[in-house]
Ligand binder design. Structure first.
Ligand code: PGA
Length: 258
């Protein structure tokens, strides 16, 4: 099993292009020799193009936070996969909890966006997760199954080579309340088992599945040591170069200790 750990920083609606430049200048040297893991920055749209120029010559990848499901047309305010790829993006988030709950992206929309990302040769990171009420009601497996079933509808095992899944319990995002290692492992092992049933065992064994929700330098290593957790999707703590580099370092030490 050789799933390369992915340490992704989702900045949400934070940082101007100037602030992005200052971050990259500070952050890039800190992770310059981290070849064992993959580090990904996901700034807002307006920072993508300048960041991609600044990241040339580093091993840091670039991604976007969302995209539109259509390749072009009369969709005021929207951004297509092709535009993102042309700005140097390799990855794109689809179905992030804030897209689902603040902007109303439903599972069918998420599936269309994921298809558009694949068509545009981007690697989608499909984000799924339950709310606190769903967890309390014992509905977590059912919710994750629905989000996976619709989110990956109609795809074959080959497509999974280009897709990352991120398990982000809604109640853990931006709340400071991280899932316990047991909760994270249980949910992510469940996702892998689902992928095995839906596709096949080798496909499930190869798929990278991240944990997200209040990941910090202090809990990143513990989470990444879990057998099924292949990296982290970090919000708040990725805004600070020192903290995000410490999280990447945690991923690297976990790989080195294996
Ligand atoms: P957080 O956000 O790390 O601030 O909880 C995670 C995310 O939204 O991806």
């Amino acid at each position: 099993m050789s799933r390369r750990r992915l340490i992704a920083g989702n900045w949400k609606m934070n940082k101007t292009p100037q602030e992005t430049a200052a971050f990259v200048e500070d952050f890039a040297p800190r992770v310059a020799s981290f070849f064992e893991i993959e580090v990904l920055l996901i700034p807002p749209y307006t920072s993508l193009e300048p960041a991609s120029r600044q990241l040339v010559g580093t091993s840091i990848a670039l991604g976007a936070q969302d995209l539109h499901s259509e390749p072009s047309g009369a969709y005021t305010g929207a951004i297509s996969a092709q535009m993102l790829a042309a700005c140097g993006c390799r990855y794109v988030l689809v179905g992030h909890s804030e897209r689902r709950h603040v902007f109303g992206d439903d599972d069918a929309t998420v599936r269309r966006k994921l298809g558009s990302a694949l068509d545009g040769r981007l690697l989608p990171i499909l984000c799924i997760g339950e709310t606190i009420d769903e967890r309390r009601g014992g509905a977590t497996p059912e919710i994750l199954t629905r989000q996976l079933t619709v989110g990956l509808d109609g795809l074959d095992a080959g497509a999974m080579k280009s897709i990352v899944v991120a398990y982000e319990p809604v109640w853990a995002i931006g709340t400071g309340e991280t899932a316990t290692p047991e909760q994270a492992q249980e949910a992510i092992a469940g996702i892998r088992a689902w992928l095995s049933g839906r596709f096949d065992e080798p496909t499930a064994g190869r798929a990278r599945i991240l944990y997200g929700g209040s990941v910090k330098p202090g809990n990143a290593a513990e989470l990444m040591r879990l057998p099924d957790v292949d990296g982290v999707l970090v919000g708040g703590a990725s805004l600070d170069p020192e903290a995000f580099a410490a999280i990447a370092q945690a991923g690297r030490s976990v790989v080195e200790s294996e």
